[in-house]
Design a protein. Structure first.
Length: 278
């Protein structure tokens, strides 16, 4: 009688395709970073001090032993908090599979931190780096197998981090952080309108100069530039849902489709037609 074999199917919750950066750095108390948005994932682990973290429309105060996950196309920023320096381990990557994250803040165990730091050190043996920002540029010749095993280990650590338990981060309680979130909420509620900075300031009950100052601190860009960025991110959603470019522009307060096309391409790098549903 022919023996019957069964397959043991193993599905991966995390599938990494490429590593972009991996570094462990200390940031002085006066460190300034204007923030960024990109098309890959990023995990920021606070392993010393405190950090004020901008994550989309939220501003968190992360303590030593906490991590935050930034999904693709989320504007984010960080700065030391509490008047002291901060140490952060940051890894960014492209992934074709990631768990559905209902939580964004995670607890770091001492074991996870130790394993991340060890892996960060070992990465220097398998990859060439741009050392000033931890940017990985290529796999060292002859180290392809080790690099592949490195990727598997990183997948395991990320899985451990995201499944061992979500953690609650305090919202930043500074007045400027709370005002920043208020402004973002007002922007979110008015994406369909063509508003000037004067009109936005009036709706937020704040002076224009104060609004500009807060945005320089948390967003690293001008108020209207960020408002347009929020509109363009929403435009991508509409286009992928099947709406036309013209319809999308009108829904987001752009009466001139050519201007909408220009803003979209300047911010995303490709024309809006690239994001239309097939």
């Amino acid at each position: 009688m022919e023996k019957q074999y069964k397959k043991c199917i193993i599905s991966k919750q995390i599938q990494l395709d490429a590593i972009v950066t991996f570094h462990d750095s200390i940031y002085k108390s006066d460190f300034y970073y204007e923030g960024e948005m990109h098309d890959f994932w990023e995990v920021v682990c606070i392993i010393g001090g405190q950090a004020e973290i901008v994550a989309g429309n939220n501003v968190f105060l992360l303590q030593h032993g906490q991590a935050v996950v930034h999904p693709p196309m989320e504007f984010h920023n960080l700065r030391p908090a509490g008047g002291t320096s901060m140490q952060a381990l940051i890894v960014s990557f492209y992934a074709s599979r990631m768990p559905d994250l209902s939580e964004r803040i995670f607890k770091l165990t001492s074991e996870i931190v130790e394993q991340f730091q060890l892996l960060c050190q070992r990465a220097k043996s398998f990859f060439t780096f741009t050392f000033y920002n931890g940017l990985l540029t290529s796999v060292i010749e002859g180290k392809e197998l080790e690099a592949s095993m490195f990727l598997t280990k990183l997948e395991y650590l990320l899985h451990r981090l995201m499944t061992d338990g979500a953690n609650v981060a305090q919202p930043s309680r500074t007045q400027s952080a709370q005002t920043y979130q208020t402004i973002l909420n007002v922007m979110e509620q008015n994406l369909d309108k063509k508003l000037s900075i004067c009109e936005l300031a009036a709706r937020c009950s704040i002076g224009e100069a104060n609004m500009r100052s807060i945005f320089r601190k948390y967003a690293g860009k001008g108020v209207m530039s960020y408002f347009n960025l929020m509109k363009i991110k929403k435009a991508i959603v509409y286009l992928q849902e099947g709406k036309s470019v013209k319809e999308t522009a009108l829904m987001l307060g752009f009466s001139d489709q050519n201007y909408f096309n220009t803003v979209f391409k300047r911010m995303i790098g490709v024309p809006p037609g690239k994001y239309k549903a097939p």
